[in-house]
Design a binder for this molecule. Sequence first.
Ligand code: NAP
Ligand code: MG
Length: 503
Amino acid sequence: MTRGPHTASGGPASEGLFIANTSRPGAAGAWLEIVSPHDGTVVAQVAEARQADVDAAVDAARDALPDWRRTAPAARGALLAAWADLMERDAQELALLECLDAGHPLRDARALDVPRAVAVIRYFAGIADKIEGSVVPVDPDHLVYAVREPIGVVGQIIPWNQPLLLAATKLAPALAAGNTVVLKPAEWTPRSALWLGRLAAEAGFPPGVVNVVPGYGETAGAYLARHPGVGKVAFTGSTAVGRTIAGASAANLARVQLELGGKGPNLIFPDADLDAALAGSLYAAFHNAGQACIAGSRILVHTDVAEVFTDALIQRAAALRVGDPRDPATEIGPLVSHEHRERVLTYVELARKEGAAILSGGRPPDDPALRAGAYVLPTVIHAAPSHRVCQEEIFGPVVTVTPFTDDAEAVELANALDYGLGAGLWTRDLSRAHTLASELATGMVWVNTYKRVAPGVPFGGVKASGYGSDLGFDAVREYTRAKSVWVRTAAGYPPFFTGGPSA
Ligand code: NAP
Ligand code: MG
């Protein structure tokens, strides 16, 4: 049933849409080409979903809903657990897909992407039978209880930067809570989500519970977001598209959950363990070539240590091993696509024009073996808060460094943007750590660490970074709604109208 990333002949494999546990071509017969970011070759083609296909997927999800929501929660959990086991079985294939399609270094895909996706599904497998309601003590004559019910058919739309992990993160809480799902992966990276769909079928999920419809955002994505058969839309992606999703919900009144962009401030104080701050800042800025919503892409460093910290950062950034993501030594692979690389390099040009100093990188590597790939060297830019590179999400291996003089200025700079996803600070001062953790206007704060995520910890942003939580117990709440039930336990019924027939 499953298909490897290449056909036996070595030519590009082709894969269908995944609807009602079957792989099928798109109604329009159109295909998405999956292009290797390492060398620009076409590695696969995937059926492109259009409106008729999204309709078919929503129909399948709606048909599956009555039985699925009545399935014993423990049985739903057992299916999720079996699914996670199959992902572990196919860990090598899944890691290779993240490597070939998204350009993730194979070592990251094996050590991080796949185990994290498995852990997320296991966490929600364990939660499926713990979504408790409550009994509300109203008065002695009534038993009043509130149960958490699934919302129904959920539409989910995800980006390309963590294709497998985000698919697992979206699907698991929705399914654990008893919803059925139509997932639209990003046009550049749909294959790991399709693989997950097939594994769900193999694990025993009934047809229609999990559906995966690769396609373009403007067509399949936008249509799914406004579909009248969808009760909720969960979106991860850019703030601009997030706003259109929220707008579309005015028509179908679907609930909306938005995990949007970020421009994470990373504050370095003079009393910090500077070696730790340096290592953490490199990871925050450059892991996954900076293509992370929670990247620490905006370093704010106290003037007392700005020079020594920046010099060390430049050296360490230049020493990162950029290369073929299949090479186990590679630390930084290509960006997801050539198109995205152009966007990132445009920001470097803009920084130059605005008078910021490019201290390191800012261009493709010299290695001729990487010339056909979407590579950009890790880039450090000394920039002022007014520069656009300090304000806009670049989503690449680009970090800005801006000095500050005291805590108040650090917080002001950190909070100056509309984004509010993650923030970090490095200090040995406990009082400062907790005070700033409270003052930073973000959904997540890391102290003496950065970009840590775990299945049980709420994940989400504020302001232009969206609303709702993708992880933790909060995530299953997002996929349920409260229904309250009043039961009169006392005999009879107290008279409400005082007047009788003769009055
Ligand atoms: P994007 O353009 O917003 O795309 C995200 C998804 O939405 C893709 O599946 C895309 O389809 C689809 N889409 C595009 N236009 C649409 C429309 N009009 N209606 C419905 N769906 C539409 O974002 P991206 O550039 O691919 O991804 C990077 C962004 O995601 C960054 O801003 C990043 O910060 C954010 N992100 C946030 C989180 C988080 O949890 N907060 C996590 C990861 C990434 P196509 O693939 O066909 O374009
Ligand atoms: Mg697009």
